[in-house]
Write a protein that binds this ligand. Sequence first.
Ligand code: NDP
Ligand code: GDR
Length: 329
Amino acid sequence: MKTAFITGITGQDGSYLAELLLGKGYRVVGVVRRSSTSYFERIGHLLDRVELVSADLLDQTSLVDAVDAAKPDEIYNLAAQSFVQTSWTQPVLTGEFTALGVTRMLEAMKKAAPKARFYQASSSEQFGKVVETPQRETTPFYPRSPYGVAKVYGHWITVNYRESFGLFAASGILFNHESERRGLEFVTRKISDGVARIAFGLDDRLPLGNLDARRDWGFAGDYVDAMWRMLQQDEPDDFVVGTGTTCSVRDFCQRAFDVVGLDYREFVTRDERFFRPAEVDLLVADPSKAAEKLGWTPTVTFEQLVQRMVEADVARYRRMGHTPTRGRV
Ligand code: NDP
Ligand code: GDR
């Protein structure tokens, strides 16, 4: 039985990855940081099957001890301050978690499990300002937020530890991936939740920022499979993972309101608070290397993704006992 060690197991991707690896027969050890509460929303259904260990990306000793105790074959470093907007208000903390946290994890692996295989959660935010489209492994980085800058550091330190110490360390440059487990502050989930709230009469409007930004959106469940595939290769390498299609925030709104038979233009309002100091205008992946070398292709289309997210939020408000007042739900 192989052992996987996951930082960020309580997040969106960590929960899907834990499910995937348990299904493959892995022993799964997940890092949680100390908290006064112990309600794990996304992994509640897995708690009797995963082992949780207390550590923090800010604390080197805790990481070394956790890796040493787990004796992992594979390490997935998913933990980060992952919300781009917050990276402007907490830039130093974002650098500590999202940049230096990667070095701390690599050091922990080097000391306690040097034969393990390491996955780093790199991001399409590293591409930032459009240099070329579609974006591929060789596209130069030009990050546009403290988060993007921190991820570029995390990416290069992973490459550097691979080249310096011969560690099996791979980076997945993943484009936006979403699901009904996405945090409510990210735009897709904010929209699917907002649509449901409007349909149930709990809100009358949905305030948003830039509707013209374009993203390559896929389904998170598909993307964790790409992570696993990267660690099954003979040699460590870096891969772009995305769908190869791009849609605007406006397209997402239109589709999402369509699902419940409403017109987004009646409800979406412009709110300056959600505009960013520097924007990433256009992301679209060239996932051909992942297709060729990993045999990976996405299984969920943009339309299916929007539909499943809206339906999940509608079902959630229904379970809470709310009654629809608008649209077709
Ligand atoms: P989430 O925000 O859902 O999850 C982040 C996880 O990191 C949580 O489990 C969180 O724990 C944990 N974490 C944060 N800070 C620390 C810390 N100091 N010590 C230990 N754990 C910590 O992110 P996603 O699941 O969406 O993303 C996973 C990774 O992939 C992130 O690194 C993200 O930047 C990256 N990424 C995500 C993409 C996406 O579209 N989703 C695309 C490309 C990259 P807690 O529950 O305690 O807050
Ligand atoms: P992103 O995701 O920054 O791409 O990072 P987010 O959903 O936050 O923003 C996507 C785009 O939507 C625009 N936008 C809004 N965004 C939010 N959150 N709220 C709004 O009200 C709003 N209105 C418009 C944004 O300006 C932006 O252009 C995500 C995270 O998961 C990162 O961790 C990951 O690395 C990248 O995806 C790939």
